[in-house]
Design a protein around this ligand. Structure first.
Ligand code: FFO
Ligand code: ATP
Length: 212
């Protein structure tokens, strides 16, 4: 970023894109959101089932506001015996703690009113744990791995943490897959160096895998 003026303009642009994306997602009729969520979950499940030799755990969000509903994926994980990892956000430093979720009853409203694992009930993942796949929420995605979230930088910080953990332990970085309705896709999402990059996006229309 060349100077403060440019940085401020960039920040304003991102804020405007976020607001427009949130408003257009909120306008999607609930019945269609339900239907598309179910279709997208089926694509995600098919992908995991086809990679069953390397997927023993996956991280996914619990939906809030008008986000794509992931509950079918979570239940599928429980039925199949794959560990379902759900983050709990810590707004004091914008980091996420990971938990293995085994029952809906282990969720309680956390920061922002999002249903998150209750630290007193759910099992916390150990230090250094890396899920085999990460399904990320977002307000908008592009077809080059770009993603824009609510602006907390939670997934970006997690991306950075995982990159250094993977490097230290010699493990590979898991697949990062954005989950969204097709109408949330845009030509180009503004990206910065610290932003988490998706390797693929799944919508109701299927999965797109990007060249890294
Ligand atoms: N289901 C779900 N869980 C998630 C995320 C998500 O996007 N979806 N997150 C993904 O990172 C983290 C939570 N991030 C959030 C960050 C900000 C706001 C929020 O309410 N922001 C205000 C705007 C504040 C401002 O503009 O200054 C808002 O949207 O009204 C909500 C969640 C972790 N858990
Ligand atoms: N790895 C990081 N370390 C420190 N700060 C970071 C990191 N990643 C992002 N940030 C900061 O977090 C803030 C929000 O980042 P950004 O606008 O990219 O959020 P976002 O990707 O939309 O949010 P989220 O990941 O929570 O959905 C910015 O001020 C950014 O500088």
């Amino acid at each position: 970023m060349a100077n403060i003026g440019e940085a401020a303009e960039w920040f304003r642009q991102k804020k405007a894109i976020r607001a427009a994306a949130a408003a257009s997602r909120n306008l999607l009729p609930e019945e269609l959101r339900k239907h598309w969520s179910s279709m997208a979950c089926k694509h995600a499940i098919d992908w995991m089932a086809n990679h069953s030799n390397c997927i023993n755990s996956f991280m996914v969000y619990v939906p809030f506001r008008s986000e794509l509903d992931t509950r079918e994926m979570i239940e599928w994980g429980w039925q199949t015996g794959i560990s379902v990892i759900i983050p709990r956000s810590n707004p004091s430093d914008w980091t996420m703690e990971l938990y293995v979720l085994q029952r809906w009853e282990e969720l309680i409203p956390g920061a922002y009113g999002i249903l998150e694992p209750d630290a007193g009930q759910a099992k916390r993942c150990g230090e250094g744990f890396i899920p085999d796949a990460i399904f990320a929420p977002g307000l908008t995605f592009d077809l080059h791995g770009g993603r824009l979230g609510y602006g907390g930088g939670y997934y970006d910080r997690y991306w950075e943490r995982l990159s250094s953990e993977a490097l230290q332990t010699g493990q590979s970085m898991p697949s990062w897959i954005g989950l969204a309705y097709e109408s949330q896709l845009q030509e180009k999402v503004p990206m910065e160096l610290h932003d988490a990059r998706m390797g693929a996006v799944i919508t109701e229309q299927g999965m797109r895998i990007f060249n890294s």
